[in-house]
Design a binder for this molecule. Structure first.
Ligand code: CTP
Length: 424
């Protein structure tokens, strides 16, 4: 899922490739960033060009590669253009020399000069010989960069290109992409906001091998979690049993029953600004789950005594104060009438109503056709992929949240290699 910045453009990453053997891995980093929806432009040092041709990066990025301060036909001041264009500067691989220049403000080629001119956050992925990495000069330079809130990702330990074994190996392209997305998300329009989202069905056990449930796939809730994270929110996804990959940058709590979902949602909501409850919670559970597999010949399986489950949406809404709560209404009949009634009965800010009798809007589909119902208005969206519906819901939540004046961008000078997983 693309990172969405405050002014809604796709995130722009300036990738600085310096002269380490690992320069070829920067191609994979570039592709990984593009897959996450980022636009990437590249600047290279002369040494990096000895290792990988600039044409490779030109073809992959679709843009001219900045190599020189003076012989650049595309711009009279290439370093300022690139520095001002970028939302994030990523140096990968970063040699000991590149790190030293950044630490000391040296600007003697296109890469170092552009980096000095960059007002945006900087992520640095070092790669070098183990002794160069452990040299006290490099150690001090890295500390200087961390103190300036540069995010250092890696290096890892392993067998190095020089034949030695130890610390100095470039972090994996996935880790580097995750680090870049982590920094970019801190600039999103929901940065500093905490949002709890529920998704999927619940399973209510009849006995150890049987349960009551429904056909929810969890796709809508997972798409909302990914969209909220892409806007920079701190997201807790309380998920019933589904077979979906965890969205990148999202904290997932796996639950099985409605009662577990209620507990986890209440815990997460205690410190949250908003809740979006997209789970298809089972309304009833077997009153008593058997502790052994029921045998149909000997035990009654034709009747199950049911007990009503807690209504998570109503419980959360009752305790919301001025926080934002969004619910869903999955209906087969009288869509809007039922949605309006649920909005009033459950006491939330918005109800996202979808007609699950339609093939393009039913459980498990990749698209959804929804109307967003508020106490003041109703907005019917086109049928579209669940990712786009998720984006529309997150934009509505963003509009409902008051501006967060207290929020300051996170400062984590010691955040080394503690990145969320890439991909998903
Ligand atoms: N919901 C909930 N806890 C429940 C039941 C529903 O939190 N025990 C939430 C769902 O996550 C959804 C909203 O309430 O956001 C509406 O769910 P839905 O299944 O459409 O409605 P119900 O409340 O179950 O009412 P009905 O069965 O009458 O349609």
């Amino acid at each position: 899922m693309a990172v969405t910045l405050v002014d809604s453009h796709a995130a722009r990453v300036a990738l600085f490739v310096t002269g380490g053997i690992a320069a070829y891995k920067a191609c994979e980093v570039l592709r990984g960033l593009q897959k996450e929806g980022c636009e990437v432009r590249v600047a290279m040092t002369r040494s990096a060009c000895e290792l990988v041709g600039p044409r490779t990066f030109e073809a992959l990025s679709g843009h001219h590669v900045t190599l020189d301060l003076f012989d650049d036909e595309t711009s009279p001041i290439p370093h300022i253009d690139l520095a001002e264009w970028a939302d994030l500067a990523l140096v990968a691989p970063a040699t000991a020399n590149a790190i030293a220049k950044m630490a000391h403000g040296i600007a003697d080629d296109a890469v170092s000069t552009t980096l000095l001119a960059c007002p945006c956050p900087v992520v640095v992925a070092p790669a070098m010989n183990v002794h160069m990495w452990q040299n006290l000069a490099t150690v001090a330079n890295v500390e200087t960069l961390k103190a300036r809130n540069y995010l250092i990702v890696g290096p890892e330990s392993g067998r190095l290109a020089c034949g030695e074994t130890g610390a100095g190996k470039l972090a994996s392209p996935e880790q580097i992409v995750s680090a870049a997305l982590y920094r970019l998300r801190a600039r999103g329009d929901l940065a500093g906001r905490r949002i709890v989202i529920t998704a999927g069905p619940t399973h209510e056990p009849v006995d150890p091998v049987r349960y009551l449930s429904n056909a929810s796939s969890g796709k809508m809730g997972y798409a909302i979690a990914a969209a909220a994270a892409a806007h920079g929110a701190h997201v807790t996804l309380v998920s019933g049993p589904v077979s979906l990959p965890e969205p990148a940058g999202v904290g997932v709590i796996h639950v099985t029953t409605a009662s577990e979902m209620l507990d986890a949602t209440q815990d997460a909501f205690a410190t949250a600004d908003a809740a979006i409850l997209a789970a298809a919670v089972s309304d009833y559970r077997p009153d008593k789950a058997a502790d052994h597999k029921l045998k149909k010949a000997a035990e009654p399986l034709d009747k199950i005594e049911l007990a009503e489950n807690p209504d998570i949406l109503a419980t959360i809404s009752a305790d919301r104060g001025d926080r934002i709560v969004v619910g869903f209404a999955a209906e087969t009949d009288n869509l809007l009438q039922n949605a309006r009634e649920k909005l009033a009965r459950k006491g939330c800010d918005l109800i996202v109503a979808n007609d699950v009798s339609r093939e393009d809007s039913t459980f498990g589909a990749d698209t959804n056709c929804v109307t967003i119902v508020s106490p003041h208005d109703e907005e019917t969206l086109d049928c579209m992929p669940k990712e786009q519906v998720a984006e529309a819901i997150i934009e509505r939540v963003h509009d409902l949240l008051e501006p967060d004046d207290d929020y300051l961008a996170p400062s984590s000078p010691d955040a080394t290699l503690l990145m969320p997983k890439a991909g998903a």
